[in-house]
Ligand binder design. Structure first.
Ligand code: PMP
Length: 404
């Protein structure tokens, strides 16, 4: 059997659809973010990164780097085991306490990534709670979808950000069901924010548990970076808050927070927590420092907001169409996979601007886009440079402009 031929056939089909992913090989350089060296043979040189999820540049923050280096010198490189077998270090426990405090919950539980935390927690809840029914927002992330699927619990999809549809679906559940409402606060591809108060109200009315993914909000929203649930004063009404340490906090890892019995339940039954090596203690130390910094400092969030506003205003002035949302994510809509890649290639080759094209299956076909994430370290000149380049390309490629 020629297995390679089987692989190649499917890869060729992806290429034909314009959906084959090409990664830019970057070298991040400390203290220079969002500037990075690009090692692609076709595009060697310096680029300005416009699509990073290191939203606040904390991945290069001096205090985070120092915390990680100190922890390596104190404890070494790795955790030495799974959490169950020798891998629970003091740094893990300190970080879990910091996370519980961040969200005002009794307890927290660390995972190796946000993806794993969603997958592991939802698959365990769905599989183990009696008569579990998971009501999932239509645009939930792949990690939640996979977790729900793996749980084999009944799944109902409610219309995106539509509490009325959720209400109808909850009302129709048979007596004795254990409903779990799974949703996100900031949706990463459209940058829209859920109507959290209404969703919580509906869930409470039906006695449903709430499972909230705050991956694109922690560190960024709320006075202490506790996400939209903190900003809107709703954290104590959400059963489980899930987040990442890999985006605004700039490191890596995922977590859940909730009541002590809930976290103990996942800790005790979830294979995605139990059977894998714990994060390195240095990672935990770096993440804890980043969280602690963003609990008190408003500087990074304020400057990010300023730059997001500035980029939006400049795009509007040129008629470059972008989704209108209240978050820090600016999706510029291209609506064609081939054009989307072409524009990204030209931006890289001619302007030293790196933005990864977002194509199917990450977003539905026909909604291909460039997703810009301005941060506090992008300068005004960087923004002018980006908008100037997009303006030139819009002219060259004949893409429709937004009507003012
Ligand atoms: N949830 C959402 C909504 C995400 O967008 C992502 C990753 N992009 C994750 C979870 C997974 O988080 P992590 O990158 O830490 O694995």
């Amino acid at each position: 059997m020629d297995y390679d031929a089987l692989f190649t056939e499917q890869l060729d089909a992806l290429r034909e659809d314009g959906n084959y992913r090409v990664f830019a090989e970057l070298e991040r350089r400390c203290g220079q973010f969002p500037r990075a060296a690009c090692h692609d043979a076709a595009n060697p040189g310096e680029v300005i990164v416009w699509c990073s999820n290191d939203y606040l540049g904390m991945g290069q923050h001096p205090s985070v780097r120092t915390a990680m280096k100190d922890a390596i010198d104190r404890t070494g490189a790795g955790a030495g085991g799974t959490r169950n077998i020798s891998g629970t270090t003091h740094e893990h426990c300190l970080l879990e306490a910091e996370l519980a405090d961040l969200h005002g919950k009794d307890a927290a539980l660390l995972f190796t990534s946000g993806y794993v935390s969603n997958w592991a927690a939802l698959s365990t809840l769905g599989a183990r709670l009696p008569n579990a029914v998971i009501l999932s927002d239509a645009l939930n992330h792949a990690s939640m979808i996979e977790g729900i699927r793996h749980s084999r619990a009944q799944k109902l999809i409610w219309k995106h950000n539509d509490p009325e549809d959720l209400d109808r679906k909850l009302a129709a559940l048979p007596e004795g069901s254990t409903p779990i409402v799974a949703f996100e606060s900031v949706y990463s591809m459209d940058g829209d924010i859920c109507p959290m108060a209404e969703i919580v109200e509906v869930a409470e009315k039906h006695g449903a548990m709430t499972y909230l993914d705050e991956v694109h909000a922690v560190g960024l929203y709320g006075a202490r970076g506790g996400g939209i649930s903190e900003r809107d004063g709703l954290a104590d009404r959400i059963t489980l808050i899930e987040g990442t340490l890999g985006k605004a906090y700039g490191v890596v890892g995922g977590y859940i927070t909730g009541s002590a019995p809930l976290c103990d339940f996942i800790r005790s039954f979830s294979s995605g927590f139990i059977f894998t090596t714990a994060l390195p203690p240095a990672v935990a130390a770096g993440a804890r420092t980043s969280i602690a910094h963003l609990k008190t400092s408003q500087i990074e969030r304020a400057q990010q907001r300023r730059q997001v506003k500035r980029l939006r205003a400049k795009l509007d002035a040129c008629g470059i169409p972008h989704l209108d949302n209240p978050s820090h994510i600016i999706p510029v809509m291209i609506k064609d996979p081939v054009k989307c890649r072409q524009i990204a290639d030209i931006l890289m080759q001619q302007f030293g601007i790196y933005v990864q094209p977002i194509n199917y299956p990450t977003v539905p076909k026909g909604t291909e886009r460039l997703r810009f994430t301005p941060g506090p370290l992008h300068t005004d000149a960087d923004i002018d440079h980006l908008v100037g380049a997009l303006n030139t390309l819009w002219q060259q490629c004949g893409i429709a402009r937004a009507v003012a």
